[in-house]
Design a binder for this molecule. Structure first.
Ligand SMILES: *[C@@H]1O[C@H](CO)[C@@H](O)[C@H](O)[C@H]1NC(C)=O
Ligand SMILES: *[C@@H]1O[C@H](CO)[C@@H](O)[C@H](O)[C@H]1NC(C)=O
Length: 448
């Protein structure tokens, strides 16, 4: 195991927390479904800055300024017990408690150890992320945002984790971009806008929402986990040509002429079919492909495009193994396309109303850890991860860390070359081996 040493751990607070007005952010059913999800972990690898750059103090100082605007990240989750009906409610208190900042060193690890040419993800990278098995409900004690800056032999990795109740990927990367701009320029730019919170958008639903206490207790990792086959991570690269081929194939198999399968849907469907083909599940078995849908513009009236908060909701396309394998790429992509389209204003409202009436199964998390019947498409190639330059150079790679790690977790990033996609897949080792030997799968990706 590689040597990684934590040099310091501190709390970074907003320079001035008055801006928050100590806002309370009320949580919707779309947030609360994620109460037992792990904090997502992401990170960017950078070249090594000049030794005179004053890396840690500049990152911390600029973080403190960025948190003045993005004050929800410096808040805490508050749990209120409602004794009258044995339930609990939650909100986010923007109290300026601060975010955690870890400084680490891994001087023996180089960029070339980190980025394997075949897309393998070395086991040690989990040390480069800050979360220690945090779930959303832990936000009552733990920071809603934690960062770890690790100085390597010839590079720097900035890993972070965040509570999904406070933000989704879109909001997280907006924050990250603002932070990088403040760090590189040394000040807040003049075109800088105050944060727009998403606000309460569910007319007819009262907050705070009451959740049965039993659903709010922290779920423990299941005992059997250790005996389950271990997972491995692998990054698959899709070139522009790979994507356009998959997209053309999917669209040619779908007959409706006014329907358009997107690149992301075509790539997701290819991964879904290929992984399930090697899952060893019986042909009648139902499988799920969960995709994160951004609800901001799907509501009526729509929310501000860039409003801050969590507006990502995981919805599931469902198909049996038999259907997936026999009906082809276009059909699978169409199921994903349909489930995304079905997130209309009406359906969101119905979902929210039904959810409140019957809160259950929160402890299942993102999917059964032991079943291998679920694919989760997280993050998005639309998030601009490579435009985050803190003042010493652009990122050279993006990676996801442990968390919600079922076999079948797919984290999508844009590739470093525009128009390409990288998919970091977490898979059982034997599924990965079979996938790499599958001509039909490998034909459409670039492994080296
Ligand atoms: C903090 O922010 C508030 C509100 O924007 C402002 O009125 C106040 O002057 C600021 N305080 C400092 C010390 O900058
Ligand atoms: C995938 O991309 C690579 C590199 O561009 C190419 O060699 C390969 O033929 C592509 N496969 C398909 C099916 O487009």
């Amino acid at each position: 195991m590689a040597d990684l040493l934590i040099i310091s751990s501190s709390i970074v607070r907003p320079v001035n927390n008055s801006r928050s007005g100590r806002a309370k952010i009320h949580l919707t059913p779309f947030d609360l479904t994620q109460l037992q999800y792990d904090y997502p972990q992401r990170g960017l690898l950078f070249p090594k800055p000049d030794p005179n750059f004053d890396l840690i103090s500049r990152l911390k100082a600029s973080l403190s300024v960025a948190l003045e605007t993005y004050f929800p990240f410096a808040g805490r989750l508050v749990k209120v017990e409602n004794l009258e009906d044995n339930s609990a409610s939650f909100y986010i208190d923007c109290d300026g408690s601060g975010s955690r900042f870890l400084h680490a060193e891994a001087k023996s690890i180089s960029v070339s150890d980190f980025l394997q040419p075949d897309g393998s993800v070395p086991n040690f990278i989990k040390l480069f992320f800050p979360a220690d098995d945090f779930k959303s409900c832990d936000g009552v004690l733990e920071p809603l945002l934690a960062l770890q800056v690790t100085e390597m032999k010839d590079g720097v990795f900035i890993g972070f984790c965040y509570n999904h109740l406070v933000a989704d990927g879109a909001s997280m990367w907006n924050f990250f971009h603002t932070w990088s701009k403040i760090c590189s320029s040394g000040s807040v730019s003049s075109d800088h806008q105050p944060l727009i919170l998403k606000g309460w958008f569910l007319d007819g639903i009262n907050y705070p929402i009451h959740i049965p206490v039993s659903e709010t207790e922290r779920s423990q990792p299941s005992r059997e986990l250790s005996s389950v086959a271990s997972t491995k991570d692998r990054v698959f690269h899709f070139t522009k040509k790979n994507i356009s081929d998959l997209k053309a194939k999917a669209n040619s198999e779908v007959d409706s002429s006014d329907l358009k399968i997107s690149s992301i849907q075509a790539v997701s469907a290819h991964m879904w079919r290929s992984i399930i083909r090697h899952s060893g599940l019986s042909r009648e078995r139902e499988t799920h492909c969960k995709v994160a849908v951004d609800l901001r513009q799907r509501l009526n009236p729509p929310l501000e495009k860039d409003c801050f908060g969590n507006m990502a909701y995981l919805s599931s396309a469902i198909a049996t193994v038999e259907e997936l394998l026999d009906r082809g790429l276009g059909w699978a992509a169409l199921q994903i396309n349909k489930v995304v389209k079905s997130q209309t204003n009406e359906n969101c409202k119905t979902f929210a109303e039904d959810w409140i009436r019957n809160v259950k199964n929160l402890k299942v998390g993102v999917g059964g850890r032991t079943d291998g019947d679920t694919i989760v498409v997280a993050s998005s190639p639309r998030f601009e991860v490579y435009n985050n330059d803190f003042g010493w150079g652009k990122p050279i790679a993006a990676r996801a860390g442990p968390g919600n790690s079922i076999s079948g977790k797919l984290v999508f990033f844009p590739g470093i070359e525009e128009g390409t996609i990288d998919v970091q897949a977490t898979l059982w080792s034997h599924v990965l081996v079979n996938l790499l030997a599958d001509v039909e799968f490998v034909e459409h990706v670039t492994i080296a």
